[in-house]
Write a protein that binds this ligand. Structure first.
Ligand SMILES: C[S@@+](CC[C@H](N)C(=O)[O-])C[C@H]1O[C@@H](n2cnc3c(N)ncnc32)[C@H](O)[C@@H]1O
Length: 385
């Protein structure tokens, strides 16, 4: 079976989580590259990674690297690729790119040259040219061209893998699914004890936690991937891969997953999203103030993502809220490990507890932190005895 060089991308602060996932899926020979990871894989491996990775955004298959001084050379280089091996002549292609070349003013011109080269090649070889446009639901090509160096990739994911098919009802400031999965990985939650998520918003953390505890492939419900539109795609292998993944799912979750929010609409949205993800029955939803969240006695992790004043609410109103979260941790959550995901250092200070770890994340382009608070029963000293 043919091997391909692939490039898996994610958000800048998620690379180490992506690496851990790739390792746990049995791929050892990979190397970090920018905001992602490079490895060599077969086409079924590529489908497998698209199905199972929680923290990846896109999986790009490298088709050709080249040197081009100008758009004409770019055209020749792209034209020389045997596209007929990858793309059907009645297919549909869309070009995305990252281009900085002194020879063109507008990167759209490079995309156009790239598109022309592919459709001209297919017309020449097969007598018919595929359609093209901005729809990213079919075959998506990614052109990288910086200075002289260029590379053309097929985006085997198409739409980002971080957009799972369950989140149809987003509320204000939802976390991206890949980021939520990485936050859960950062807590080192053992998937067996309780996972408590007050201020759940649209439920992303609780839903990702349930998917992880069930060992459910995150993209199992997704109907469309870029790789499905390639000639290399074999629907039988894909069906078999999905059935194998389903067989490995757990049929129950040992700990409790509890998601609460003060806003009834948030709980409604979370419930609907969880139903779309097929995990509604594994999550207990409650409409209440965070301080009234049921916290079962046998520990686990408790994760909150309160507003932090940039996208929702104002700092002064939030100071009281953060102070209250510190009291809630102290009074109701002993034995748990508490986590707060926020972007405001001054609001973290209002918690009134000393964090043991501060983990850096970006939420889009907002610099955020996940603070970890071990919530001891009695004093820290007593709990060690
Ligand atoms: C930043 S959003 C959480 C987003 C969530 N992580 C997601 O992915 O959708 C903060 C949530 O806190 C909730 N909230 C604000 N004040 C609250 C309170 N006192 N008790 C409980 N929930 C509260 C809001 O209704 C909102 O849904």
């Amino acid at each position: 079976m043919l091997n391909y060089s692939i490039f898996l991308t994610t958000a800048p602060t998620l690379v180490s989580y992506l690496e851990k996932e790739i390792l746990s899926l049995g791929f050892k020979d990979f190397s970090p590259a920018g905001t992602g990871v490079k490895l060599v894989a077969t086409f079924p491996d590529i489908m497998f990674l698209n199905l199972h990775l929680r923290t990846a955004h896109h999986i790009y298959l490298l088709v050709k690297e080249f040197n081009s001084e100008n758009p004409e050379e770019l055209y020749k280089n792209i034209y020389s690729v045997p596209w007929e091996n990858f793309i059907a002549n009645d297919g549909y292609i869309s070009i995305t790119s990252n281009v900085t070349s002194p020879t063109i003013r507008d990167s759209r011109y490079a995309n156009l040259k790239c598109k022309d080269a592919i459709v001209d090649r297919l017309l020449e070889v097969s007598g018919r040219r595929p359609d093209s446009g901005s729809d990213r639901t079919k075959t998506v090509l990614y052109l990288y061209w910086k200075g002289k160096y260029g590379a053309i990739y097929i985006d085997t994911s198409g739409e980002t893998l971080s957009r799972r098919s369950y989140r149809r009802i987003p509320l204000l400031a939802p976390l991206q699914e890949a980021l939520a999965a990485a936050i859960i990985m950062a807590t080192n939650w053992d998937l067996k004890t309780n996972f408590i998520n007050p201020m759940c918003g649209s439920g992303t953390l609780a839903i990702e936690a349930a998917l992880m505890a069930l060992n459910r492939a995150p993209s199992i419900a997704r109907k469309n991937f870029g790789f499905m539109h390639l000639k290399l795609f074999d629907a039988k292998i894909w069906q078999k891969m999905k059935s194998e993944a389903k067989q490995k799912e757990n049929d129950k979750i040992n700990g409790k997953i509890i998601a609460t929010d003060i806003n009834e609409k948030a709980i409604e949205a979370s419930r609907k999203n969880a139903a779309l993800a097929g995990v509604e029955k594994y999550i207990e939803f409650v409409t209440c103030d965070y301080s009234q969240t049921p916290v079962p006695p046998n520990a686990g992790v408790i994760v909150l993502n309160p507003a932090y004043g940039i996208r929702m609410g104002e700092i002064s109103e939030l100071e009281k809220l953060y102070g209250g979260i510190g009291d809630f941790f102290k009074q109701k959550c002993a034995g748990y490990t508490g986590y707060i995901f926020s972007a405001s250092i001054s609001l973290f200070k209002k918690i009134g507890l000393k964090p043991k770890r501060k983990i850096i994340f970006y939420n889009g382009d907002i610099d955020c932190r996940l603070y970890e608070y071990p919530l001891y029963i009695g004093t820290k000293r007593q709990s060690k005895l």
